[in-house]
Each structure stands twice: as C-alpha cells, then as structure tokens.
Design a protein around this ligand. Structure first.
Ligand code: HEM
Length: 232
C-alpha cells in the first residue's frame, strides 16, 4: 500500500494544494519567460534590417539603467523561481513513488518530461555562455560595447559557436513546446479532440521559434549577413 493511501486526508489535501500552487508558479513563470524570449527574438531579428536598426534598438534599451536593471532582476527572479519549483516538484514526485518502476512506461508524456529535465539545465548553461559571449563579451574576441550587429555577425562566423547555439536553440524550442503542452495538462485540459490539436499547435510554435533563432547564426555563417564595413 502506498504512503499516500495511509496519509490522513488533511495532509493529502495540503500536499495536493501545494502541488497545484507549484504547478501554477511553473506555468506563470514559464509564460513570463516565454514573453521575454518572444520580445528578444523579435528584437534580434532586426539584425536583418542592418547595423543601424539593431544598434539603435540596443542603445535605446541600455539608455534607461533603471528599466534595464529592473528587467534583469525580474528575469533572474523568474528563472530562479522556475528552477526552484521544478526541484520541489521533482522531490514531491519521488516521495510519492519511493520505489521506481521496474520498467518505465515509454509514453509520450514521460518522454516529454525526460526531455524537460535534459533541456532545462542545458538552457541554463547556454544562458551563462550567451551572457559572456554577447553581453559581457569576455567569450567574444572581437566584442564591441556599442556594435551589437558586428558582435552577432563575427560571433556567429565561428562555426562551432553557431553549432553550439543551434543545439541550444533546438533544446530551448523543444522545452518551450513541451512547456505549452504541460501547461494545458496542468490546467486539467484533456480532450480527445482538442488535445492532439494543442500538441500540433505547440510543435508548430516550437518550430517557428527555432526557425527565427536559427536564422541568425545560419545567415552569419553563410555570409548572408555581411560585416559592417562591407556595407559602407
Ligand atoms: C540566435 C539567438 C540569439 C541571439 C542572436 C541573441 C542576441 C543577444 C544579444 C546581442 C544580446 C546582448 C544585447 C546587448 O547587450 O545589447 C543578448 C542578451 C541576452 N540574451 Fe540573447 N540572443 C539569442 C538567444 C537567446 C536566448 C534563446 C535566450 C534565452 C533563453 C537569450 C537570453 C538573453 C539574455 C538573458 C540576455 C541578457 C539581457 C541583458 O540583461 O542585457 N538569448 N542576446
């Protein structure tokens, strides 16, 4: 008999409500991070409009330090909460099932959650590298404080840097896609007709984000994005 079955109804109820609260925090922080990724993607795609467009945009973002640092602090809090809640839910899950299954069911949902546990930490590691590469510049030999356009073009002309970004972007987009699906699942939405549609929609969204992000390293590598001086 499981421990959950022996537990008094009150503690079972409080465990249930704490799981609900945690899932709500996961969904809310995930949705806010999704919004950041969307704004960041649209902002970066201005690289295709040329150096002036993206460099002016970046300068504007940095011109009000209160907003910049407020947004940075907000992002850090969201990422921290998202990770902390994941760890807490993992602990609750493993307590609820102290003995692992002899053979794991290979259902779509377990495959999806296994991918989440792999893609989550990889995205966190990517963000650290990404900050050193394109924000701080210590991982970018030709880094310029003001010329974001050239940072992107020269940064991505290094093939292994672009390859690493492409892998990270693929994992990020898988993570986003599964995130949308599990959000609907957490909300208790399960319908024979609509659930497959949600799945298709989530896959399409993941693919669109991947195409958007991947377009930048691919354009720099192929020479489609010329260095600044070739435009003069
Ligand atoms: C090809 C894809 C990407 C490109 C070209 C790109 C480009 C950039 C650039 C140029 C900056 C520095 C902006 C500046 O200092 O003016 C930046 C900062 C940043 N990027 Fe990205 N990025 C990409 C993908 C991502 C992804 C997928 C994430 C998150 C999962 C992300 C998160 C961030 C964060 C958190 C910052 C720091 C913002 C700040 O506080 O200044 N980036 N990115």
């Amino acid at each position: 008999m499981s421990t959950a079955a022996l537990a008094p109804p009150n503690s079972a109820r409080s465990l249930f409500s704490s799981v609900i609260v945690k899932k709500a925090i996961m969904a809310a922080t995930g949705a806010a991070l999704y919004l950041f990724v969307t704004v960041h993607l649209l902002g970066n795609l201005q690289v295709f409009l040329g150096p002036e467009a993206i460099n002016t945009y970046a300068a504007k973002l940095k011109s009000i330090p209160e907003i910049l640092w407020g947004a940075r602090l907000g992002l850090l809090t969201l990422v921290g909460l998202h990770i902390l809640t994941t760890i807490q839910l993992m602990k609750i899950n493993s307590k609820a099932r102290p003995v692992a299954y002899a053979k794991k069911a290979n259902s779509a949902s377990t495959a999806a959650s296994r991918t989440m546990y792999l893609s989550g930490p990889t995205i966190a590691a990517f963000i650290v590298y990404h900050l050193l590469h394109l924000t701080v510049g210590s991982a970018h030999p030709q880094f310029s404080e003001t010329d974001v356009y050239s940072n992107i073009v020269f940064g991505f002309r290094v093939w292994w840097v672009s390859a690493a970004y492409l892998v990270a972007m693929a994992l990020l987009c898988t993570h986003l896609s599964h995130g949308v699906q599990s959000m609907f699942q957490s909300l208790g939405f399960n319908h024979p007709k609509h659930t497959p549609r949600i799945k298709k929609f989530a896959h399409a969204v993941g693919l669109i984000y991947f195409a958007g992000f991947a377009s930048m390293p691919l354009a720099a590598l192929s020479g489609f994005l010329p260095p600044f001086f070739e435009r003069l």
